[in-house]
Write a protein that binds this ligand. Structure first.
Ligand SMILES: [Zn+2]
Length: 287
């Protein structure tokens, strides 16, 4: 599932491509997506991100909230994207295609396609004044980086230590709990724990002091790396220009089962499932 670097990469491109466009129409090609027509005529003024939720703000008092979940993809075509266009093979069926569920028609011949093979992603329209109170945003934990935008607040080291001290659940599960830390999912949790030399099964409240600081810094480091590479396109993630992110080629622990640890060179990564998610550990480095 896209995590903070992927959704941030998507946000940055949506801001570049969409701001200034007016929405002329919406074609709903799947009945799951009930989109209020109130957005028609609205001019896009900005894009915000809260955890993994993106918000497209309009000048007519409405905002589009969306979460791409596992396989949702936004693809833009129009005057703000130089040609020739590229389209990743991960956009199954092309655009528009059998998995194109919603098409936003924009002025100046712009189009924003929403594709979603698994259809777990969602789109909803709310009054702009209600965005922060929306239940998906209201419950989000503080974010590891970026400017706080009302909610969620910024995850400082002190706040991070407090969050860890309050639970004995495994540290990796806590890092991925969106109500505790916004935006960190499986790939970056694996890599941050490896970077900080912490075993994913450790009780969160046993990670304190220097270790908590190292883990906090490791989270920032891997998220910044993810953002630098435009996110990871392991499953279906693509950026709105139709291209793939590259972080999957630069992971530290994630996906390295059976390979020699790049730091100690003494042990091979093992993989097991923790909370149902693939967990990659160097048995020598991560205590
Ligand atoms: Zn190692």
């Amino acid at each position: 599932m896209p995590e903070l670097p992927e959704v941030e990469s998507m946000k940055l491109q949506l801001a570049k491509f969409l701001v200034g466009h007016k929405i002329l129409g919406v074609e709903i090609r799947n009945p799951k997506y009930e989109i209020r027509k109130d957005i028609i005529g609205g001019k896009i003024t900005g894009i915000r991100r809260f955890g993994k939720v993106s918000v497209i703000d309009l000048d007519n008092g409405y905002s589009i909230l969306t979460h791409v979940k596992l396989t949702g993809q936004y693809i833009y075509r129009g005057p703000n994207l130089p040609k020739p266009y590229t389209l990743s093979a991960k956009v199954i069926g092309g655009i528009p295609g059998p998995h194109t569920l919603v098409i936003f028609k924009l002025d100046h011949d712009g189009v924003l396609y929403y594709n979603d093979v698994r259809r777990f992603g969602w789109i909803k329209i709310v009054d702009s004044g209600q965005v922060i109170a929306d239940r998906f945003i209201d419950k989000l934990g503080p974010e590891p980086f970026g400017k706080p935008q009302g909610k969620p607040s910024l995850l400082t080291l002190d706040l991070f230590k407090q969050i860890l001290s309050k639970t004995s659940r495994p540290i990796k599960i806590v890092l991925m709990d969106q109500t505790k830390v916004g935006g960190v999912g499986n790939i970056y949790a694996n890599d941050a724990l490896w970077l900080a030399k912490i075993n994913p099964k450790r009780k969160a409240n046993s990670v304190e002091g220097k270790e908590a600081k190292e883990l906090y810094e490791a989270i920032l480091t891997v998220l910044r790396e993810g953002l630098k590479y435009g996110g990871a396109s392991e499953l279906a993630f693509v950026t709105p220009d139709g291209k793939e992110g590259k972080y999957q080629n630069h992971t530290l622990a994630y996906g390295h089962e059976g390979e020699l640890c790049g730091r100690c060179h003494k042990a091979k990564f093992i993989k097991y499932f923790l909370g149902g998610r693939g967990t990659y550990v160097c048995p020598n480095c991560q205590k």
